[in-house]
Design a binder for this molecule. Structure first.
Ligand SMILES: CC(=O)SCCNC(=O)CCNC(=O)[C@H](O)C(C)(C)COP(=O)(O)OP(=O)(O)OC[C@H]1O[C@@H](n2cnc3c(N)ncnc32)[C@H](O)[C@@H]1OP(=O)(O)O
Ligand SMILES: O=CC(=O)O
Ligand SMILES: [Mg+2]
Length: 566
């Protein structure tokens, strides 16, 4: 076995914060003895090797995103690439699905928070997707504690004492299989500098998790395979190729078989729907399918068409999976995955249990059931749930339909979806725009951002799950409506969105938030800061690529010198 012991020896140094670091590495995050067990010199050396090997490829891929954006901003539309037709038409399949994850009918997701990890692993779901991404505010504390928690979870030793309730949480005998979702390619990790630059966030998430857990994971969870990952927000197969190369590098350094690591790619950007075969092809030895990341996909529709005033979205609540462009995306994803022998995973219904209102709770559960029934009938092999209280309902729907078969890969080929065209995938969403839509976007966007700035990346708001992806829709929709001065055509009053109207809406909604959360919480929280960031982004001349890129500067805390900007 090659193993990690064969790293080229580097001079050992102490960072200013007291961590033992290899040459070229500087840790600017707070020192904590628990974090130091994650940020070992060897683990950092592994991350550093990945960073050095892949940083130029990542930079190039990000430049290509910019070029594509310019094309779309000049009137171009995303579409299938004629140059890779041979891949789409070719007769290849992905490596066989590992037996330990053949059945993924219900997957729970959640941030890498200690109690939630235990609850999710015990929830009865087949898979738990532990999230460093949409559901996590990537503060140093959250990221490093997340790594500590995942290490303990993979070792099977994780526990949590809820002192207020005097309740101890431990793992059951049977637990969900663990997938980990690192951040997207675009996010830096500003607390770890490598060769004078912030490290790439996802290489830190992946590298530290892989380094500490691959052996125990393969023994305890993966039946010889693993670790397993979800890969977010890619726009092109060249980005999947980088991940494939990262996996091969990691496998080689760890001395494990090529194809051990497996990943499900979220198809959650509009350009990526035209690259599904190509993405699977790049990852064909490391793939376990694709997933419909519906919320980021809607966000990406607006972002991709930011310069196309003929493609404005109706109210956020009206853009569901039954819109033609969304249904087409799900159908084509199923056909593509099953043709290549891997899972076609469904997505997240935003409803969560409503504790204090049984009728509203029943209605929410019914919406979730309907969404899952649509997915399983279409041919999806599994779905996502945001909350343990939804697992049994989702499980029942999938099991009623699939019976004992672990998945529908062989039985639901969906050849009918082969006829779907670029027009189907881009069709304009139908519906109307209302003042309440504008108000809700604003109220939700500000509250979400206030939570994110104080460390919570997923929150319940108005009985729905909100995370970075759903908040992005609120932001870019407001931006789009303001930019094009749209008429709120669902109210019948002929009101047009402009800066003055938006200013009044922001004021009203801040007052409403203060009433709803109470003066004390409002004062202590970060609502004003959130309002400033959200308002700036909604009114910017040029659309920011990501809400969280700008907001990230507010949660970077460099030690020992205090807060710092990138
Ligand atoms: C677009 C996308 O990317 S979707 C994927 C990313 N988003 C997510 O993963 C969201 C995951 N879900 C959540 O974070 C939460 O369910 C929320 C924020 C939506 C709601 O949270 P809360 O209102 O705190 O939930 P609630 O109070 O009902 O929780 C009840 C119990 O369920 C647990 N719980 C709730 N959601 C989860 C979860 N996803 N995983 C594990 N446990 C959970 C809570 O820890 C709590 O446990 P306890 O009774 O032992 O204390
Ligand atoms: O990550 C999932 C999404 O819907 O976005
Ligand atoms: Mg997403």
């Amino acid at each position: 076995m090659l193993g990690f012991g064969t790293f080229t020896q580097s001079t050992q140094r102490k960072s200013e914060m007291g961590y033992d670091v290899p040459e070229g590495v500087d840790i600017r995050g707070r020192y904590d003895p628990e974090f130091a067990k994650i940020l070992t010199k060897d683990a950092l050396q592994f991350v550093t090797e990945l960073q050095r090997e892949f940083k130029n490829h990542i930079k190039y891929a990000m430049e290509c995103r910019k070029e594509a954006k310019m094309r779309y901003n000049n009137g171009g539309l995303p579409g299938f690439d004629p140059a890779t037709m041979y891949i789409r038409e070719g007769d290849w399949i992905c490596a066989p699905v590992p037996p330990s994850v053949a059945d993924r009918r219900v997957e729970i997701t959640g941030p890498v928070e200690r109690k939630m990890i235990i609850n999710a692993l015990n929830s009865g779901a087949k898979v738990f997707m532990a999230d460093f991404e949409d559901a996590l505010s990537p503060s140093w504390e959250n990221l490093m504690r997340g790594q500590v928690n995942l290490r303990d979870a993979v070792n099977g030793t994780i526990s949590f004492h809820d002192q207020a309730r005097n309740r101890v949480y431990k793992l059951n005998d049977r637990t969900a299989k663990l997938f980990v979702r690192p951040r997207g390619w675009h996010l830096p990790e500003a607390h770890i500098y490598i060769d004078g630059e912030p490290a790439t966030g996802c290489l830190v998430d992946f590298g530290l998790y892989f380094f500490h857990n691959y052996a125990a994971f393969r023994r305890n969870q993966g039946e010889g395979f693993g670790p397993f990952f979800y890969l977010p927000k890619m726009e092109h197969s060249r980005e999947a190729r980088i991940w494939n190369n990262v996996f091969e590098r990691a496998e080689k350094l760890a001395g494990i078989e090529r194809g051990s690591i497996r990943a499900t790619v979220l198809i959650e950007t509009l350009p990526a729907v035209f690259q599904m075969d190509e993405i699977l092809y790049e990852l064909r030895d490391h793939s376990v399918g694709l997933n419909c990341g519906r919320w980021d996909y809607i966000f990406s529709y607006v972002k991709t068409f930011q310069a196309h005033p003929d493609r404005l979205l109706p109210d956020r609540v009206q853009v569901g999976m039954t819109q033609h462009f969304m249904k087409s995306y799900s159908d084509l994803l199923i056909r593509t995955c099953h043709r290549r022998g891997v899972h076609a995973m469904g997505g997240m219904a935003a409803q969560i249990p409503i504790r204090d209102d049984p009728a509203a709770n029943d209605a929410a559960l019914e919406l979730v059931r309907r969404d899952k029934l649509r997915e399983v009938k279409a041919g999806h092999d599994g779905t996502w749930a945001a909350h343990p209280g939804l697992i049994s309902a989702c499980m029942e729907v999938f099991t009623n339909y699939m019976g004992n078969s672990p998945n529908q890969i062989e039985t639901m080929k969906r050849e009918d979806a082969a006829v779907l065209t670029e027009e189907d995938l881009l069709q304009r969403p139908r519906g109307v725009r209302t003042m309440e839509g504008l108000r809700l976007n604003t109220r939700v966007g500000i509250q979400y951002l206030a939570a994110w700035l104080t460390g919570s990346g997923s929150v319940p708001l108005y009985n729905l799950m909100e995370d970075a992806a759903t908040a992005e829709i609120s932001r870019v929709q407001n931006w789009q409506w303001l930019k094009y001065g749209v008429e709120l055509n669902g109210d019948g009053l002929g009101v047009k969105v402009n800066h003055e109207l938006f200013g009044r809406v922001v004021e009203d909604e801040m007052a409403r938030i203060e009433r709803e959360v109470g003066k004390e919480k409002f004062k202590k929280g970060m609502y004003r800061e959130a309002c400033k960031i959200f308002t700036r982004q909604c009114t910017a001349t040029t659309l920011d690529d990501f809400l969280t890129l700008d907001a990230y500067n507010n949660i970077v805390i460099h030690h020992p010198k205090g807060a710092s900007r990138l």
